[in-house]
Design a protein around this ligand. Structure first.
Ligand code: TH7
Ligand code: ZN
Length: 263
């Protein structure tokens, strides 16, 4: 599936050049979630996540992150409920992380950053027939964000960690099957914040209903170190650059309300 955006980035920080004009620009991501300003919404329902590990296809280093891509040609791995009116199809998941464990996440909670952040990307298959169509629509995408904290080893993640050396360079792809992304969700997925935002990578379109989990997952220092062994650069390039700090700078909230599913 082509559910991953091509990116252009400069040679110096920030990781890529922010385009001068951003479509609309009043619902950009990521943001800091100020807990005391979030609004409990009792109408938010529990999330319904149904993933089929058989739809897992490959891992691809796109020069920005590594994407685990799923077959999204049928409604086999889906997300609905929560703040969503429609059914959404899983197309890929990827991560953002730092050069050390002090930072790396894109969102923060009352300014607290985590070492990394998982994004499970889904598109609205009730209204659109392809990811490429949905990615430019305001109700096109739903992304579940899960914070990663350094602690005990995550057994389910290890299969993914072991595959990463095969996609060290930008544009490398390796077959990767039978991985159940549900193992990366925290035990409690009923407590989350949700707000209207955007992709945090070009095209930065304002198409995302964000669902940010309150409960984090734990991964070991060594597991995250393997993420940092990936490279932004392709095998041919003279200068190799470590894939770290692949997060976007935080954006203005601009009057948006962040709702919570819990008090
Ligand atoms: O980095 S975030 C992000 C990246 C790709 C996508 O298709 C959707 C997203 O929210
Ligand atoms: Zn992301």
């Amino acid at each position: 599936s082509a559910c991953s955006s091509k990116l252009v980035f400069s040679q110096v920080h920030p990781m890529w050049q922010e385009p001068l004009s951003i479509p609309g620009g009043d619902r950009q991501s990521p943001i800091d979630i100020v807990v005391r300003k979030s609004m409990f919404d009792p109408q938010l329902r529990p999330l319904k996540v149904q993933y089929d590990p058989r739809t897992c296809q490959q891992i691809w280093n796109n020069g920005y992150s590594f994407l685990v891509e799923y077959d999204d040609t049928t409604d086999k791995s889906t997300l609905k409920g929560g703040p969503l009116e429609d059914q959404f199809r899983l197309c890929q998941f990827h991560f953002h992380w730092g050069e050390n464990n002090a930072w790396g996440s894109e969102h923060s909670i009352d300014r607290r950053l985590y070492a990394a952040e998982l994004h499970l990307v889904h598109w609205n298959s009730d209204k659109y027939s392809l990811f490429e169509e949905a990615v430019i629509e305001e109700n096109g995408l739903a992304v579940i964000a899960v914070f990663l904290k350094i602690g005990k080893r995550h057994e389910g993640l290890q299969k993914l960690v072991d595959a990463l050396p095969a996609v060290r360079h930008k544009d490398s792809v390796v077959e990767f099957t039978k991985f159940d992304p549900a193992c990366l969700l925290p035990e409690n997925i009923d407590d989350y914040w949700t707000y209207a935002g955007s992709l945090t990578t070009p095209p930065l379109t304002e198409a995302v209903t964000w669902i940010v989990m309150k409960q984090h997952i734990e991964v070991s220092h060594d597991q995250l170190a393997v993420f940092r062994s990936l490279l932004f650069t392709s095998a041919e390039e003279q200068v190799q650059r470590s894939m770290v700090n692949n997060f976007r700078v935080q954006q203005a909230v601009k009057g948006r309300t962040v709702r919570s599913s819990f008090t």
